[in-house]
Write a protein of this length. Structure first.
Length: 317
């Protein structure tokens, strides 16, 4: 999928995530699913999202306080190792807001108690990622430094919410599962050469019929479609299609390079087995081209990545 389409996808998924979890009941269910808790009173949850946090994109973040835990939830459709830094900025603003006004004195001899921070990122981009990973701010510090004495740090827990991932969390939070299904349908439709508008309309119709996000899609259909189309214009699409033709030539070179690298590692294999492996790889690359997963093509020189993709596409390795 081209850069322009990826930009559209990032925008609509960011906004839609926030729309889906705008009600306290749904946000509380998501919190319980992630943390293994059983809170049942939505009024215990206090939403304190920073609406002017431009460095977070403004559209994909939700922050809230429940009991003694301050949670920041962010949705992302692209891989970024800078999540902990963004989280640090966001939490700093949240704590600063909490300190403003009232009787809290930073210079007091009495310690000011703070809620426990929790940063969770929901990822559903096309790049292959594990179900759960943790990004640390200290990984950005110069090598050789003692990170244990670093003055600051921040950790971001990244959960893969593509359909089929993190099934236990999905089971406990139906809204998150339905969101995952809906995004998957839009993505599938765009891979079938439909226009963005057609892909969205078809996904909305299918989900309404299947009872997936039915209430949200019925009551906010135009708003949802507007979200999905907000960053899209026809000229950008035309330019992206031109780029596809150029990328196809580049991909052919990538395929050839991958084949040559694999051949060097197969020193004792039979000629027939080697040829079958090459054909299998070419077939995998064709599937990835079809689905617009150019970033994964670049990672095929890694054996573990190839195995995961072979399994995902039901290809024998």
């Amino acid at each position: 999928m081209t850069d322009e389409r990826n930009n559209v996808n990032r925008e609509y998924k960011d906004r839609l995530f926030k729309l889906i979890f705008r009600e306290k009941e749904d946000l509380l269910q998501l919190y319980n699913a992630i943390n293994g808790t059983n809170y049942n009173n939505p009024e215990d949850l206090e939403i304190n999202t920073l609406e002017d946090a431009v460095y977070m994109g403004m559209k994909n973040d939700v922050s809230f306080l429940i009991k003694d835990v301050l949670s920041l939830y962010e949705h992302q459709s692209t891989y970024s190792p800078n999540l902990p830094l963004r989280g640090l900025f966001y939490f700093a603003d949240l704590y600063r807001k909490m300190m403003s006004g009232g009787d809290k004195d930073l210079y007091s001899s009495k310690q000011i108690k703070l809620p426990f921070p929790q940063f969770v990122v929901f990822y559903n981009g096309t790049r292959l990622q594990p179900e759960r990973q943790v990004f640390h701010l200290h990984s950005a510090f110069p090598k050789g430094m003692n990170r244990e004495i670093a003055a600051i740090d921040c950790h971001a827990v990244v959960l893969n919410i593509n359909y089929g991932q993190n099934r236990e969390i999905m089971r406990k939070c139906r809204k998150l599962e339905e969101y995952s299904i809906f995004i998957g349908k839009v993505r599938e439709n765009t891979s079938h050469k439909l226009s963005i508008r057609e892909a969205i309309d078809r996904a909305v119709e299918e989900c309404i019929k299947e009872g997936i996000l039915e209430k949200i899609l019925r009551e906010n259909r135009e708003e949802v479609c507007s979200m999905l189309l907000s960053e899209y214009d026809e000229q950008a699409h035309i330019e992206s299609e031109k780029r596809i033709a150029r990328e196809e030539g580049i991909e052919e070179g990538i395929i050839k390079g991958i084949q040559e690298g694999i051949q060097k590692g197969i020193q004792k294999g039979m000629v027939k087995g080697r040829q079958e492996g090459e054909n299998l790889l070419v077939q995998l690359v064709q599937y990835l081209q079809r689905d617009g997963r150019l970033q994964d093509i670049e990672l095929l020189s890694d054996e573990d990545t190839r195995k995961k993709l072979y399994k995902e596409y039901n290809l024998a390795d």
